[in-house]
Design a protein around this ligand. Structure first.
Ligand SMILES: [Zn+2]
Length: 259
């Protein structure tokens, strides 16, 4: 991609998410994006790995053009492919097939940086008949501080424009009851972190991974005993936790070590 935008944080986030020990993604799985202007989103190109990402692995897409395709119920993957052809002709690479999902997260949920991954721990639950525990009441206070009181769970949907449309519809319903989510779980697929920054997108993914590990261990012992709604609300609104949340959101990403 052209050097028109500073993608240091986005590249750093991508490489960190791709570190093999985290088990968030392998091969060319997952994708990241960053809103760079009112109408432009920089998103990972298809087939590129997060682990070895550089600024050359990202393309610029037009938010409005893609959002219009999500709006148009008659538009399908073929219409998206036509736009992607244009991008490929101009920039030499095609956007990830999940670019529309990123567009919805940015335009309909206010994210500035989006990270979509397939963590093993999260997918273990998302591929089970207990996936709903991920979107239930929180199980420990740090989960509330980072992710909030409710994440959104979307049942498996065909990736691409259909998934983007489904997520957008469910975002509206979720926002009415709980406010906008910071994490979206996709049944039999993976998760999306909706960050206000690259640092926050990483924290959300790390916390979702931890929550999944704890839930899986808990389910092997017996039933999940979540926090009460009252306790979760208390953590969500306490002043000292707000201070901690603000401090966390300001954390910038460390440069990942080169391997
Ligand atoms: Zn995916």
């Amino acid at each position: 991609m052209s050097a028109a935008y500073d993608l240091t944080e986005l590249v750093s986030l991508s490489r960190t998410l791709g570190e093999p020990w985290r088990r968030f993604v392998i091969l060319a799985e997952g994708n990241t994006s960053q809103r760079v202007s009112e109408d432009q989103l920089v998103v990972k190109a298809t087939g590129r790995s997060l682990r070895h990402a550089s600024a050359e692995d990202f393309v610029v897409v037009n938010l409005r053009r893609l959002s219009d395709l999500v709006d148009d119920v008659n538009a399908g993957d073929a219409d998206v492919a036509l736009y992607f052809d244009e991008v490929e002709k101009e920039q030499g690479m095609r956007p990830s097939v999940e670019a529309l999902l990123h567009v919805v997260c940015v335009l309909n949920a206010g994210a500035a940086t989006v990270a979509h991954t397939h963590p093993e721990s999260v997918n273990a639950l998302l591929c089970s008949d207990r996936a709903e525990v991920l979107a239930g009441p929180p199980i420990f206070p740090d989960q509330v501080v980072v992710i909030g009181r409710r994440a959104l769970l979307v049942p498996y949907t065909d990736p691409g424009v259909v998934l983007a449309r489904e997520v957008r519809g469910r975002l509206v319903d979720h926002a009415r009851e709980w406010g906008l989510p910071r994490v979206i779980y996709l049944g039999n697929h993976g998760m999306v972190a909706l960050g206000s920054s690259a640092g926050q997108a990483l924290q959300l993914t790390e916390m979702a991974d931890k929550v999944s590990r704890v839930l899986t261990a808990t389910l092997s012992f017996g039933h999940v005993v979540p926090m009460t709604e009252e306790s979760a609300e208390r953590i969500d609104t306490r002043d000292d936790e707000q201070i901690r949340r603000t401090a966390l959101a300001r954390t910038t990403l460390q440069q990942p070590r080169n391997e």
